[in-house]
Design a protein around this ligand. Structure first.
Ligand code: GLC
Length: 554
């Protein structure tokens, strides 16, 4: 048995805070760092807290806020609208005192076009920072000057922006105000490495690497392949192409993979979670490359999927079982693998809006029973839903540019609903985005009074998760179920051989009966998502009401 103490991230429930929308402390309509501190009791350290282990705070660095902070002008300074360094230091101190780890966003793919680095780079072809970004003359076809290739920005249009001043194009994967850094340049890597060191010194415990697989592009700038399955091949959107050259693969990530490994080696307690919307197979390829159990690629596989066992199960099986295991010492060891499950974030429609409230309860139950890090998006713990924002009021600039092609991200970014007072207790001022109409009942205070609320479910799941060792050190073994609506798997505790736990989740709106294993002599329910007291059919079978989840010890 491994006698080394497991890294905190192996057993962590992480809570994502979108700082603009969590709590406004100074009445300007925007959330801030002092607001986050004010709400520390909600997170952990008091009897009634959620009990989360870590927070991931989205960007709070200096920025013109073109992409709401994902366009940084100074990586080591705080945007005054969020507070100052002193407040951040206080936040670190108080969060650590309550055992809450801090993960920050690391927006390394690009800077703002207002960053001093880009201003210098743009100033002249001879500037010493010219090569910190990706510049190109473009190509001439039939006498016409064109961008170097067909790559499309995630936010629409070509990734190449022509810059008259020096008569060249620069590359931007996102907005034209977000020029991509050139990670092939060692000076860029050196400068960006210093950014990591700076924040670790300040006490930061983890990094969420933004747009990880966008860091490196094909050096030859070859055209991306047309996506033959996309329905609107001529709409010019990101989805018209397959991105086989504009996105990094494990084959060309080279210097970035080394950079990541070096950062993990320099900082032996640092966790790195990388953003990449890729298949389980590709996630494992990244895990193999970096091969460190403090590194994981965000697992978005079930996020936004149809709520069906036949959709979830193959994805979860492939994710958890698709990596070689280390149990056979005669085999080449598999990569170190820190699994994670994510059900929502600031770029995706809210969980309840996607699959429904009863269904969301089942998904969250599964998230806590499956191995690995759990990412919870602020507000999901009270069942917040997307807020309709009329097109003319959209604040997500990317969506305004390409509204027809990409859904706005404002609906999932509206202010946290704390209580039923004006502006939902978020602010004393009209907030930057409207409060959802449902705030009178969908709010923390209201949820707190109701033992059947989403918040109560989250709290009991987090407490159950913390209180049961088998949820931290088990092997996932898929099981067949009688009903196609029931997702079932077994957890075999590695530390206590012989102990077996079976998880059942009913994805459907009908009552289901699941047969228990024949050797289950005295099956005991140790967790149930509802407070049902009627017969469950034990010990012969387990009866599940619609959308119920159970854990049985057998
Ligand atoms: C990531 C962020 C998203 C941002 C983009 C550009 O995908 O999650 O919010 O717009 O990167 O930085």
């Amino acid at each position: 048995m491994d006698t080394q103490k497991a890294h905190w991230s192996k057993n962590a429930a992480v809570y994502e805070i979108y700082p603009m929308s969590f709590k406004d402390s100074n009445g300007d309509g925007y959330g801030d760092l002092a607001g986050i501190l004010e709400k520390i009791d909600h997170l952990n350290g008091s009897e009634n807290s959620l009990g989360i282990d870590a927070v991931w705070i989205c960007p709070f660095f200096k920025s013109p806020m073109r992409d709401w902070g994902y366009d940084v002008t100074d990586y080591t300074d705080i945007n005054p609208m969020f507070g100052d360094m002193k407040t951040f230091e206080k936040l670190v101190e108080e969060f650590h005192a309550r055992g809450i780890k801090i993960i920050i966003d690391y927006v390394g793919n690009h800077t703002s076009d207002q960053h001093e680095w880009f201003k210098e780079s743009r100033s002249s072809r001879k500037n010493k920072k010219r090569d910190w970004y990706i510049w190109h003359d473009g190509i001439t076809v039939n006498g016409e000057r064109l961008p170097p290739n067909n790559w499309v920005s995630i936010f629409g249009g070509s990734v190449w922006e022509y810059d008259k001043h020096t008569d060249q194009y620069y590359l931007h994967t996102f907005l034209k105000e977000q020029p991509d850094l050139n990670w092939h340049n060692p000076e860029v890597r050196e400068a960006m490495g210093q950014v990591i060191d700076f924040w670790v010194k300040k006490g930061v415990d983890g990094l969420r690497i933004d747009a990880f697989y966008n860091f490196i592009e094909d050096k030859l700038l070859r055209d991306d392949t047309i996506n033959p399955t996309y329905a609107n091949p001529h709409d010019g959107s990101y989805w018209t192409l397959k991105h086989n050259h504009s996105l990094a693969t494990t084959a060309n990530l080279g210097v970035v993979a080394d950079f990541t490994k070096e950062a993990l080696a320099r900082h032996p307690n640092l966790l790195i979670v990388a953003e990449a919307y890729v298949s389980p197979q590709d996630m494992h390829a990244f895990h193999e490359l970096i091969d460190n159990e403090r590194f994981t690629v965000f697992n978005f596989t079930i996020l936004g999927r149809q709520f069906k066992v036949s959709v979830y199960k193959p994805l979860i099986d492939e994710y958890l079982l698709g990596t070689p295991d280390n149990s056979d010492p005669t085999k080449r060891p598999g990569p170190k693998f820190l699994p994670n499950f994510t059900l929502g974030n600031h770029d995706m429609s809210r969980l309840v809006s996607q699959i429904g409230e009863a269904q969301a309860r089942v998904a969250v139950f599964l998230q806590f029973m499956l191995p690995g890090l759990k990412f919870i998006y602020y507000g999901d713990e009270i069942g917040m839903t997307d807020t309709h924002i009329p097109e003319e009021n959209i604040r997500d600039w990317a969506a305004r540019l390409i509204f027809k092609q990409q859904k706005s991200r404002d609906p999932e970014r509206t202010p946290m609903q704390w209580d039923d007072s004006e502006y939902a207790g978020f602010s004393s001022h009209k907030p930057w985005l409207p409060i959802n109409d449902n705030y009178k009942t969908v709010n923390v205070a209201h949820n707190d009074r109701d033992p059947k609320s989403m918040l109560s479910l989250y709290k009991s799941l987090i407490r159950f998760y913390h209180g049961h060792d088998f949820l931290h050190s088990s092997q996932y073994v898929p099981r067949d179920s009688v009903s196609e609506n029931v997702f079932s798997f077994e957890l075999i505790n590695i530390n206590t051989p012989g102990k077996r736990f079976i998880v059942y989740a009913n994805f459907g709106d009908t009552i289901e009966r699941e047969l228990l294993p024949e050797d289950a002599s005295s099956p005991t329910i140790i967790f149930c998502t509802s407070d049902r007291t009627s017969t469950h059919g034990l010990p012969k079978y387990l009866e599940l009401l619609p959308y119920e989840g159970y854990v049985l010890e057998i």
